[in-house]
Design a protein around this ligand. Structure first.
Ligand SMILES: Nc1ncnc2c1ncn2[C@@H]1O[C@H](COP(=O)(O)OP(=O)(O)O)[C@@H](O)[C@H]1O
Ligand SMILES: [Mg+2]
Length: 372
């Protein structure tokens, strides 16, 4: 059981490169926090600082009201699960899982009991005598998790633990990790570059970009109210469409001449903005039924996915095609001219220079506080 508090946590590597520019975050007891962002944004750096595997250049890390900046990894009572499993090849599954307990001089009988109990919990009871090389990737990852669980740490840290598994196993394991974490009630920080994995696992998400935290919030908050163009593009798949537009008074005008009601009135003179519309918030209307505010497009590519279909279409005056996610049974063909109707209540506006959302966010989306 543990709470964590990161205050202005900063990492500058010995070569002078700053990989983390002051991170602020509070993590509640039993919470599953997922840190997500593109490769190189500083996720592993942050996690390794929590684990004590990287020194903290500035700021403060507090676990359960105690500053731990100077504590060795073993003293922090955290357990880390890595992408490459990091198992001892010459030891059996049971010995790998019990290794930390042996180091702590836990008596043999108790060690055995704990290892067997954990093995049952994660479905490894029949594999305890095997060596890691006699296991599949999924089983090895399970051993790595078992090894963390046996230690009964205050915090679990996961660094892209499923990246080496195939897609189907990844889906299964991520459900299992969430179920286990909730059952054990252990606070966890999970790092991934996969936004779907992040959305499905997290109580709250931390989106990182270039060594900075861009936004913290529940998956649905980030989906509905992304604080920046970066978060908008990173959360949700296919990515949000971003169109150039001119905001004047309470209306938006696109380069093709279409006018829409703006979700945010312009404070002063007319300005250029980025209008974000998610593919699932565009619906297809026959060309003859189009009304003001519908986008007249020409279909370039149709991708049937079964349950739904992705329509890639050309809108005059925009460089990138607009993507709409429509019903799977919808008859749309390449070359069709049709209208796409945006869901008026779900438009997003961003500043083209700073990338920041134009309408103010509710407090819980802005700051790294606990969910309401
Ligand atoms: N030991 C190091 N010395 C200098 N730069 C590093 C070191 N480790 C990582 N970096 C740099 O810090 C940045 C963040 O790395 P990392 O935390 O591994 O990113 P992520 O896990 O998000 O892919 C990268 O630009 C990386 O090259
Ligand atoms: Mg990494």
């Amino acid at each position: 059981m543990a709470t964590l508090r990161l205050s202005a946590l900063r990492k500058t590597y010995p070569n002078g490169f700053t990989a983390l520019h002051g991170a602020d975050l509070e993590i509640a007891d039993g919470e599953l926090i997922v840190v997500v962002g593109p490769s190189g944004c500083g996720k592993s750096t942050l996690l390794r600082m929590l684990a004590g595997l990287e020194s903290i250049s500035d700021g403060e890390l507090v676990i359960d009201d105690r500053r731990v900046n100077e504590l060795e990894p073993a003293q922090r009572d955290v357990a880390m699960v890595f992408q490459n499993y990091a198992l001892y090849p010459h030891m059996s599954v049971a010995d790998n899982m019990g290794y930390a307990l042996k180091n702590r001089r836990v008596p043999k009988a108790e060690r055995r009991r704990k290892v067997e109990e954990t093995a049952r919990l994660i479905g490894l009871e029949d594999l305890l005598d095997r060596r890691p090389k006699q296991l599949s990737g999924g089983q090895r990852q399970r051993v790595a998790m078992g090894r963390a669980i046996v230690r009964e740490p205050r915090v679990f840290l996961f660094d892209e633990p499923l990246s080496n598994l195939d897609a189907k196993l990844r889906v299964q394991m991520r459900l299992e990790i969430r179920r286990l974490q909730k059952r054990l009630g252990v606070t966890a920080v999970y790092v991934t570059h996969d936004q779907v994995e992040a959305m499905t696992l997290a109580d709250r998400l931390v989106v990182m970009n270039g060594g900075r935290i861009e936004q913290v919030g529940t998956p649905m908050h980030l989906y509905e109210r992304p604080a920046s163009r970066f978060v908008a593009g990173f959360i949700g798949s296919p990515a949000m469409n971003v169109l150039d537009a001119r905001l004047e008074g309470d209306s938006l005008t696109l380069p093709c001449g279409t006018r829409l009601a703006s979700p945010v009135p312009s404070p002063g003179e007319a300005k250029t903005v980025c209008l974000g519309i998610r593919p699932e918030h565009l619906s297809v209307v026959p060309e003859g039924d189009a009304i003001d505010g519908d986008l007249s497009v020409r279909v370039e590519l149709v991708e049937p996915l079964g349950a739904d279909t992705l329509v890639h279409a050309r809108l005059e005056g925009q460089d990138d095609p607009v993507v709409a996610r429509v019903d799977g049974i919808r008859a749309v063909a390449e070359g069709d001219s049709l209208a796409l109707r945006p869901d008026a209540g779900r438009l997003h506006l961003f500043d083209p220079e700073t990338g920041q959302r134009l309408d103010p966010l509710e407090p819980e989306c802005q700051h790294s506080t606990f969910p309401a």
